[in-house]
Design a protein. Structure first.
Length: 704
């Protein structure tokens, strides 16, 4: 199975001084060149060539500065081994030795013994910015702001997607600079888990054809300047509830493996060592590449069996694997995982937070991540619309994710999950537009930009529609204030599942809303799903019961919810409780006294707020603003027609400013005006006519 002919690669040899650091460090001014490769034969290797504990092959070279560095080599079939490197300075590198377990390996057929490396023009590897732990930067000091979408695997249902290398090419041309790719079995990208269930790989052995497919992926990403998270494990491999792949896992004892339960993956000594061996091979074969932004230890580890039954062991596994990667990785790639950001024991081993969300209200979820006040860089590595109810079209979802997250404190935009819609729906232009806005606005050069709350004024008030920012889980609060400007603090922590009298009652037992209607109106709660056991939504106003909505038990449930490991039989519904609310301040309480949960699609208060909403971030000399029409409140539809509004930016220093208005769909400037900020008087702007949304940047004019 592993007897293959060596492949000749057009790589170049580049190197960094080997120095283990607890976290990656950025070296100002460093620019790397193209990757290079060397090959050699080791005909006398005994045992498993993928086991770094018995076959530790290292290549040592001298640098132009006279230092010596060592990097791991990797097995590539027959007797062939290879080493791939990346250097941070030009000059001649000389091969000093090739060792096996610390002694001369007696290598044969060495392809090269010296290398002349020209000055490179690549910005280097992605790091945490040493001047700002909430941002990313390259080795040469230039900022990196991830804008992209997931590209997890090739297939989706019965639809075969384009090859990943082709998608990476189109991504790069469109300005996409980030993606996330899984090492999964079902499309042949797992090194030790064949895609064909009939095949078998002995534990500890790796699939070289799979490795060669990854060669092409890494090369394509680097060629197109798309920086990606390499997802090393995923939750389904070790879960019996969420996306259960445990039943086909080759390490499962029932399939000829040795693990009796999936949770043992995180504690079993053999599993830990084999995982380390695989990670070492990954580092040796692809660690040379700056295109790998980060190694992701596990996708959604909170969905594994062990996370629920033995969290300390999962946390310890993260610490162990992160430490091992840092010891082995000459290039100090970033390390992350994906999990509930509120579970603090998982994250100390990582360099940045990578959250996932599929909420009813995308904007609420994005602001909710800011509300967590995380202690290092963060962004949504996966985000999309809730799978329940009638989600908006992919174009609308992606557009909202990109522009709302751009105005947040995240270190990158929210990264859209539904890659299988991007090319078929012609959505790549969305990324081109926002990248052009980012670069033309000067956003990346301004370190003083932070999210600010701005309020638009329009001639008339309209509906205010909002929804929970969290899917299944414990609601961070039960008390919410709906401000007249349309903001609802804490909404990002609200669960979409209002619990009934069942076992999860304490997760979200009730919700209370403090409202203040300028005129008599309505408060509507829209429900798109309930547990099959049924629900009973009761409402009270200022302490007095006013209405009840009863949703009966479903005899034949036909869907399953994301909640509780997707084991909840559900009842899709299209129900709403509409309540008349008098003018003035009131407290509305909603409580589910039924048997089990209801899933809230959204709340609609009408009329309540301006027809335009504003998201922005600003500093003393610059502001970025996104203005959008609030939905009508009817199934998320947009309001027809156009509207113009005004808003003020109080944070700008006195001076003259240029105001550049941007067409978010077409990706171009549509109007440029000027504004003046006087002492004690903020800049006030009037929008062009808005039919859907518009953006602008405001920058202080430089006097010549």
């Amino acid at each position: 199975m592993f007897i293959v002919h060596p492949i000749r690669f057009r790589f170049a040899l580049l190197l960094l001084c080997w120095l283990w650091l607890p976290t990656p460090s950025l070296v100002a001014g460093v620019r790397t060149g193209d990757p290079i490769e060397m090959s050699f034969d080791l005909p006398n290797i005994q045992g498993n060539p993928f086991d770094c504990t018995t076959n530790d092959v290292q290549v040592t070279l001298s640098t132009p500065a006279g230092n010596q560095i060592s990097i791991p080599a990797f097995f590539d079939g027959n007797a062939t081994w290879r080493a791939r490197l990346t250097a941070d300075s030009p000059g001649r590198y000389l091969l000093k030795s090739i060792t096996l377990n610390g002694t001369d390996a007696r290598a044969q057929s060495i392809s090269r013994t010296e290398f002349d490396c020209p000055q490179g023009n690549d910005p280097g590897f992605v790091r945490i910015d040493p001047n700002d732990k909430m941002r990313f930067a390259f080795d040469d000091g230039s900022p990196f702001y991830p804008v992209g979408y997931n590209l997890a695997w090739r297939s989706h249902g019965e639809v075969e997607m384009p090859p990943l290398v082709d998608s990476l090419d189109r991504m790069g041309k469109a300005g996409v600079n980030w993606t996330r790719i899984w090492m999964n079995s079902w499309d042949g990208k797992n090194l030790d888990w064949p895609s064909n269930k009939a095949d078998r790989v002995e534990p500890g052995m790796l699939l070289l054809p799979v490795a060669r497919d990854w060669d092409a992926i890494v090369q394509a990403a680097q060629k197109n300047h798309v920086y990606f998270q390499m997802v090393l494990q995923h939750h389904g491999q070790y879960s019996t509830t969420a996306d259960n792949n445990w039943t086909t896992n080759p390490w499962n004892k029932s399939n000829g493996g040795w693990l009796e339960k999936p949770a043992q993956f995180f504690t079993d000594p053999k599993a830990i060592q084999l995982t380390k061996n695989k990670f070492r091979y990954i580092i040796a074969r692809w660690g040379y590449s700056p295109a790998i932004m980060a190694f992701e230890l596990c996708n959604e580890v909170e969905s594994t069996d062990a996370f629920k039954s033995d969290l300390p062991s999962v946390a310890a596994w993260h610490q162990t694997m992160a430490r091992f990667i840092r010891e082995q990785d000459h290039y100090h790639h970033l390390i992350t995982t994906s999990s509930n950001t509120g579970e603090k024991s998982i994250w100390p081993a990582t360099d940045y937070y990578q959250a996932h969300a599929y909420p009813s209200d995308l904007i609420a979820a994005i602001s909710g991540l800011d509300d967590q006040k995380l202690d290092r860089a963060y962004f949504f590595g996966e985000i999309g619309s809730s799978s329940t109810g009638n989600p908006p079209p992919p174009r609308d979802t992606l557009h909202q994710i990109l522009w709302a997250s751009l105005m947040s404190g995240s270190a990158g935009t929210g990264e859209y999950w539904d890659w299988f819609d991007v090319e078929p729906q012609n959505l790549l232009g969305q990324f081109t537009s926002i990248q052009q806005f980012i670069h033309q606005s000067g956003m990346l050069a301004d370190r003083n930009l932070h999210p600010v709350i701005l309020e638009a004024q329009t001639p008339e008030r309209g509906p205010l529609a909002f929804g929970p920012g969290r899917d299944w889980g414990k609601s961070a609060s039960t008390q919410y204030t709906v401000n007249p400007n349309g903001t609802v603090p804490g909404l990002g922590g609200m669960s979409a599942f209002l619990q009934g009298r069942g076992k999860n009652h304490d997760l979200f037992p009730f919700a209370e809303f403090n409202v203040n209607f300028a005129e008599p109106g309505t408060f509507t709660t829209e429900i798109d799903q309930t547990h099959s056991a049924g629900a009973r939504l009761e409402a009270s106003l200022d302490g007095k019961p006013i209405s009840t909505l009863i949703i009966g038990k479903l005899d034949r449930p036909n869907r399953r919810s994301r909640g509780e490991g997707s084991n909840n039989p559900t009842n899709p519904v299209n129900a709403a409780l509409e309540l008349p609310i008098p003018a003035g301040p009131h407290m509305l309480r909603l409580q589910n006294t039924g048997q089990d949960w209801i899933h809230i699609r959204q709340f609609v208060l009408s009329p309540y707020a301006s027809q335009l909403a504003v998201l922005a971030k600003a500093g003393p000399d610059r502001a970025l603003v996104w203005i959008y029409r609030r939905p009508s409140g009817t199934a998320g539809d947009s309001v027809a027609g156009i509207v113009t509004g005004t808003f003020t930016i109080p944070s700008l220093q006195p001076g003259a400013y240029n105001v550049v208005w941007w067409d978010t769909e077409a990706g171009k400037v549509i109007q440029t005006t000027t504004a003046q900020a006087d002492t004690g008087k903020p800049v006030t702007l009037t929008t062009p006519p808005v039919s859907r949304d518009i953006a602008c940047w405001v920058e202080r004019r430089v006097e010549k």
